[in-house]
Every structure is written in C-alpha cells, then in structure tokens.
Design a protein around this ligand. Sequence first.
Ligand code: PHE
Length: 343
Amino acid sequence: MVEEALRLKASLEGELSSAADLAAVEALMVKYLGRKGLITSLMRSLGGVPQEERPRVGKELNLVKEACDQAVRDRMREMEVLRQRMEEERNVVDVSIPPCGRPYGRFHPVAQTMEEIIKVFVSLGFSVATGPEIETDFYNFEALNFKAHHPARDMQDTFFLEDQRLLRTHTSPVQVRSMLSLGAPLRIVIPGRVYRRDSDPTHSPMFHQVEGLLLDEDVSVADLKGCLQVFVDSIFGRKLKSRFRGSYFPFTEPSMEMDVECVVCNGQDPSCRVCKGTGWLEILGAGMVHPNVLKSGGVDPERFGGFAWGMGVDRIAMLKYGLSDLRPLFEADLFYLTGGNGR
Ligand code: PHE
C-alpha cells in the first residue's frame, strides 16, 4: 500500500512538472488530493490494513500525502512567479513607441493674437475696457461725429436689428462709453468682436478689433506714432519699417492709416500675395481724437486731447501665422486650427 502511494506520488510529480499553467496544477490537485482523489481514496482504504500494521502504514501514508501537498504548493508558487513575470513584461512602458496623437486643446489663433496685443499695451500702462456688441446708433455713429446722413455710415456696411439697434461695426463706441464712465486722463485698450456685411478671403462678417484710446494733457501725433511703433516691433518680434498715410475717419482729426513693411516678403517680392507686391501692409486706422467726440464723452477738449486707433486682430493673426485666407479661422475646423494636431 505504501508502495502504491509512492507510485502515485511519482506520477503526480511527473504530471506536475509537465503542467502548463495554474489551471492544470489545480486539476492535478483535484485528481490526486481532492475528496475523491487517488491518494485520498488510497488513504481511505487504510481500514483494510491489519490492525497491528495500521499505525506504521498510516504514518507513512501521511508522510507521502504531505509530500504530495507540498509538491503541488511548490508548483503553484512557481506558476504564480511565472505569471507575475509575464504580466510585468506585458506592462513594460516602451518609451520608444511614438505617441498615438491624442487630441489636445489650444487657444484659437485669433484669441492668442488678441492676448499678445493686449499684453503689449498693458506693459505700456493701458487698462482693458469692453462694451456691448449690440449697440445703438448713438454710440456707434452719432457720438463719434458721424452726421445723420454722412456717407461714412455706408462705408461701415451695418447689420441693423429691430428697435433701431445694430451690431457694432467697430470698437470705437466703447471710446465714448469709457470717457463717460471713467473720464480723463485715460489710457485703455478695447478688445472685441465687430460686424460688417462683408465676406471675401480677407473679410469675414464677424471680425475682431483692438481699439486704443489715450487722453491726457499735451498729447501729440508724435506720441501716437511712437506708441504704435513700439507696438508693431513687439508684436512681430523685430524692428519693422512703418509709414503713416493720411486718411479719413469722422471721429479723428487728423486721421491716418499705419502700414508696416510686409512681414511675409520683407518688401522683396513683387509677386507677393500678401502685400500684392507693394511691400506694405495696412494694419490699423488711427488719429487724434476729434473734439466733438471728446464732447460726446463729457471730456473738456480745451484741457484734454489724445489719440485713438483701431486695429484688425484677424489681419494681424494672418500676418503672424502666414495665412492667405481669413475665413477658415471661423469655420471651427479643429484640424486647421490646431495645425494638424487636433485629431
Ligand atoms: N474705427 C475705425 C475702423 O473700424 C478704426 C479707427 C479707430 C480709426 C480709432 C481711428 C481711430 O475702421
């Protein structure tokens, strides 16, 4: 009987060593040591052994059974160690695998440009002011010295709403709103959306402006030019040539437009699409605030004067990022807006 037990033990050991996985080891445990297992059954037949032999045989059988238990446990532990090692290998982070391109967010190019423009003026001592996009004729035109049937009103291609209201065509109405609420001296920039009935590669019906207004005693055109020159040099990151051309706005006198040298071709390419070979790019309208506008804002024109400007943010974004069409900026195409990294 003890021989039979030893034979079973040997075959268990043989089968254990060829067991492929934990499940196979567990099956062997049932087969040999379970309630109806081969060794268990053998132990049960101990009753058939003559009385005087039983203690010795029983003891030896117990030893064999314990050895079998031990063998199974050892094999299980080996299997577990193996399993853990395989899992670790599977979980290893391979830093050389290229990333799978998870989409991530960015600020819109126009928002970035707006932020940069504001930063430059804040560093020059300007504060930020805002106003409503739905305006009245008074703030958008009348207070800005547009006479009732002035042709300049048509130049603005206005979207009219009900109740005499309209979508502001520029950020200039906030000049007057700010004069009324803050008074002079004043140094503000006014970022915002504006609307005009206009759509082509360089015009969108909704676009962005940053207006500026500086009012103080003894402000001259030289201050205007110096301030805006500092601005273009910092926003484009290098010293740019510029020129001021005479122009007309009802709310400034004198009025001018500022051109900077073409940042795309540096004025070197007669077939440049951005400056159309002129070497110059118009980036803003400006001028010395008209006395009538100061009066609308409750500011004394005898004591205070100053300059104002309005620049197209989208235009500056186009130049900074070398875009030839403005409209895709407003079509919410994430692939375009994130430079191909958004999907
Ligand atoms: N409001 C003008 C425009 O939208 C720009 C401007 C602002 C010009 C302030 C002069 C002074 O075209």
